[in-house]
Structures are given as C-alpha cells and as structure tokens.
Design a protein around this ligand. Sequence first.
Ligand SMILES: *Cc1c(COP(=O)(O)O)cnc(C)c1O
Length: 402
Amino acid sequence: MLSWDQTPELAPMRCCRAWVEINLAALRHNVQQLKGLLPAHTQMMAVVKADAYGHGAVTVAQTALQSGAAWLGVATVPEGIELRSAGIQAPILVMGAVNHAEEMRAMAHWRLQPTLVNPKQALVFSDLLSRLASDRPVTVHLKLDTGMTRLGFPWAEAVEFVRFVRQLPHLNIDSLYSHLATADSPDPTIMTQQHQRFRQAVTALGHHHLLPSRLHLANTAATLAAPALHYDMVRIGLGLYGLYPAPHLQTTVRLQPVMQVKARITHLKEVPAGTGVSYGHQYVTDRPMRLGVIGIGYADGVPRPLSNQMEVLVKGQRVRQVGAITMDQMMLDLTAVPNLQEGDVVTLLGRDGPHAITPDDWAAMTNTISWEILCGFKHRLPRIAIADPAMALGGVSSPLET
Ligand SMILES: *Cc1c(COP(=O)(O)O)cnc(C)c1O
C-alpha cells in the first residue's frame, strides 16, 4: 500500500485518476471499540483475508496488531506468506482447507497454522511432517461443522476427531472452532442451535479430557450479538473495516468506515438534449447537460449493475451517474454543480459534507452484501494510507445515516 507520507510523488491530489483512501485512525478506533466488548481473556483475531477485504492486508494487519488484535486470519496459504514476508510475527490461522502437500510444506516453513477438517487430512499432514524430519511441531486448529455446512468435521463426532489428531506426531492442537451461518440474522434460532451443538461438543471433549485450550466461534456479527459467543477468541472481519453486518447490530459499538473511494474529473463537456451517453446509449439526455467523466470503472471495483443508479458526492452535493459504467470510466450529470473544473475530486464511497455513501448502499442496489463490495477494491487502484486523523475526511457514519 502506498503511504501518503512516503510517496509524495504519488500523492493522490497530484497524480492519480482514482484511488482508495484507508483511514488507519478509523481502523484503530474500530479495533479498540470491538476489543472493548470482550472480557480480558478473550483475544481478537483480525481477519485479513482477501487482501483485508480490499483494504490492503499488510498495512491492516500491522495496524490491527498495534491496536490490540493478537491473531491474524487468512483464507489461503499465499495470503499468509504475504504477511510473513512483510515481517509480521503474530500467529496466523489459515481458515481455508489445505489439501495439497506443497501447501502443507509451505505452511510448516512459514509457520502458518492450518485448519484441519477431518482425520484423514490430519494424518496426511502428520506424515508429511515426519518425512520433512522437522522437530518443530506444527500448531493446528480443528474445525467442527455445527451447521454452516461448509468446512469442518461433524460436531457430534468431535471426541473421535480430537482423540485421533492428539495421538499423531508433529501436530500440536491449539484450538477448536466452528463458524456460524446466521449470526447476522435478527432471528437467533439457527445461531442458538449451532451454539448448543458447539457446547455439546465442548462438554463431551471436557468429559474425556480432550478439550483444546482455545475455543472460538464468533465472527463480527456474533461478537456484536451475544457475549456468550465470545469464548477465548473472536474472529473479526467486517467490523474492523467499520461496517455493521446488519442494521439491528448497530447499537453496541460506534464503528467508523475505513475505506473511501475517490476519483478525479478527467473531462467536462456540455451536451444538448437528446444525446446518447456511453455504451448502448442506455441513457439519453432529456435536456442540455454538463457531463463529467471520471477515471474509475468496473475494473476498479465499481459494480457495473450500479449504472444509471448510483450517485457520487462532489463539492458536498449528490449527483447522478449516467450511462453504462465502463471498464475504466463513467459519466456524471454535473449540471447542478457550479464552478467545477477538470481535476476536481469526486467521492464514490465515503463522506463529503452532509452526505455519505456506504458499501451498504451499493450492496442494496446490486443485491449483494457489503463484504463483496469491499472485496471488489483489490486490484488496480492505489491505496493511500492516511495515518493522521486530521487528514481523514470521514466522520462517524453508519449505514442508516445516509
Ligand atoms: C471470513 C471469516 C470470518 C470473518 O467474518 P466477518 O463476518 O467478516 O467478521 C470469521 N471466521 C471465518 C471462518 C471466516 O471465514
């Protein structure tokens, strides 16, 4: 990630057509707010998979660790290697399944901690470590399926699973965990059932003196929803980035959005009524208009289905986007905003004056979830880390305030 201070020649105000601002003060605030919900013995894992939900994994991981997170969670081995290569020493859990021997070798080498989901996988991993003749045991985490029906061994067979893995050489079980399917729903029925199953597994393991020392179950939604789900660690993704998993979970803490997306007006033009705009001429002007082109498009992470629906903020005003969003550019109706010039900055996600546009707004318009909107910003736009709160343009905002 580019840092505002280190790369003045790339400062967005000077050269970029579009960029993502990452407000590290907001990130620190969110970590502290969420940690404030937890009892002293409960640790926080910062979930930084998918390049920290589009925010930049290394910078987010470093900032979260400095602010009170103790663990990092990723989905894949390369994501873990990226963090280790940047010098990060904190424990890293790889939450995705790892089946390939090369990946297992890499995990041992980079001290990444795998999720094991069945006895066979544990056996393969243990055998591989025997052949590597490594005397350092690998720390592993066992996953139960309590109702997500994704990764994990059946919860009712937890005792057999743990007992089997315990007797394998080279493996050191750190934790037992599971993942909730409906923690963001206002209806707690299924979450309660999953919690009961997890508790039953824990009770049975305790009975057989097989209980791993660390238990964890909660994502952001469960962390906000119920202290009983906190256990020894919570795995926080979305909340780190300042978004709420659901409107009814907005009451416990005040989170600040970390990401803002901005672009520059690259071209202004006056057009008469009846002018077709962009591919397909889906939009035709019904009056004379001043249109602005901005240099950001669907290849940068703006979903194309927002075409002719989304608004952006410019000089504290909301304006409409018109015509099909293209790969690298899109058009705006700027007729109502006086004194604009090419080079002026437009806010696509974030706050400008009284207005804010959030990933939740985009998610609602495109029939998806804010998680997917954030993850869209991972490739092409430079990310500018803003470390000084005075430079942060966004205040506290929430999905319902817009
Ligand atoms: C992605 C993920 C999380 C984080 O979920 P959020 O809803 O973003 O907090 C936690 N646990 C697991 C297993 C995950 O895959």
